[in-house]
Design a protein around this ligand. Structure first.
Ligand code: FES
Length: 337
């Protein structure tokens, strides 16, 4: 079960229109993405079958994509329907087979392998479009691998340093957690978390209640961070799309239910969410430079057990195995923040 068997976001639904072609790279595969005349996504290899010019530099009119070189024109099924240099018009024998797609929760997903197992589906985005919930969507490019991005997204110790003050502060508080690997996912349930929320504490947890905080990873590239504090819930879902080994495009959904505060909170949540992500982009770029120069050689604390479990899932996929078949593991950890 290689990485090509999984579904990856190529665009937000709103970005894919009937008169626009998007260039994307997923697992270093070049893609040209547009909407066909029937409104359905069309995802082709970014290479014209005539003389291999990049289709993503062409133009789309009424759901037909024309190559920028000699004008061969493709429909949403990848069929060549017009060749300007031919006297006869009409359907041609040439075709660029489209990649499978799924449109779900405001995302368009692609899968690079056409005969991949049918039981692998895109991750369902939590509470997307549900009444009472607000969903804010961010896109950011990281100069690092999916593995290191995913590690960052569900890593607590770095937050007291990279996001000092605005997210957490160093207090030496002891945190405990149960970490479980099962069915191609890692679930982390934290205990003893109360007030260390930096700038956000006055709003999220003015009463100092215990916070229900769970993190999870879902093969091969999705992380979910959930905070439940009284009646408030805040969820950060990140889809880390591998552009290549050193570049990752991350779609982050900030999903929350703050009751009457939902609308008022949106600009604040978006601004601070982006600020925190910008700080992570910076440190991950520096880490990526060092790894490119010297290679990756990591040492661990108990908190890093989470990342080792995630690694074990991604390593199974890299070996071509189904990570859902890995044995279930449950461990307790403790560390200080
Ligand atoms: Fe595309 Fe010739 S290379 S039409």
């Amino acid at each position: 079960m290689p990485f090509e068997d999984y579904w990856y976001v190529v665009a937000e639904s709103r970005e894919l229109t009937a008169n626009r072609v998007l260039a994307r790279r997923v697992l270093d595969e070049r893609l040209a993405c547009f909407r066909g005349a029937d409104g359905r996504p069309a995802i082709l290899r970014d290479r014209c079958v005539h003389r291999n010019a990049p289709l993503s530099e062409g133009i789309v009119r009424r759901g037909l994509l024309s190559c920028p070189y000699h004008g061969w024109t493709y429909d949403g099924g990848g069929r060549v329907v017009h060749i300007p240099a031919m006297a006869e018009d009409g359907p041609q024998a040439h075709c660029s087979p489209p990649y499978p797609f799924v449109e779900q929760d405001g995302f368009v997903y692609v899968r690079l392998r056409r005969d991949a197992p049918a039981d692998i589906r895109p991750f369902p985005m939590p509470h997307y479009g549900e009444p009472g919930w607000t969903n804010l969507r961010l896109q950011n490019r990281f100069a690092n691998s999916v593995a290191n991005c995913v590690e960052n997204f569900i890593d607590i110790p770095h937050t007291a340093f990279v996001h000092r003050g605005i997210f957490r502060s160093t207090r030496g508080e002891r945190l405990a957690a149960t970490v479980a690997r099962a069915d191609g996912a890692v679930h982390v349930a934290y205990r003893n978390e109360r007030g260390n929320l930096g700038t956000y504490r006055w709003f999220l947890n003015p009463g100092g209640h215990e916070i229900r905080h769970t993190d999870s990873f879902h093969a091969p590239n999705v992380t979910s961070v959930i905070y439940e504090i009284g009646a408030k819930t805040f969820i950060i879902t990140s889809q880390a799309v591998p552009v290549d080994d050193r570049e990752t495009l991350v779609y982050t959904d900030l999903t929350y239910r703050f009751g009457a505060w939902n609308a008022l909170a949106a600009p604040f949540v978006r601004r601070h969410g982006q600020r925190i992500i910008d700080q992570d982009i910076e440190i991950l770029a520096r880490q990526g430079e060092n790894i490119a120069r010297y290679g990756a050689e990591f040492r661990d604390t108990p908190a890093d057990l989470i990342h080792r479990m995630v690694d074990s899932i991604r390593e199974a996929i890299a070996r071509g195995e189904d990570p859902r078949a890995l044995p279930k593991v449950v461990q307790e950890i403790e560390f200080r923040v």
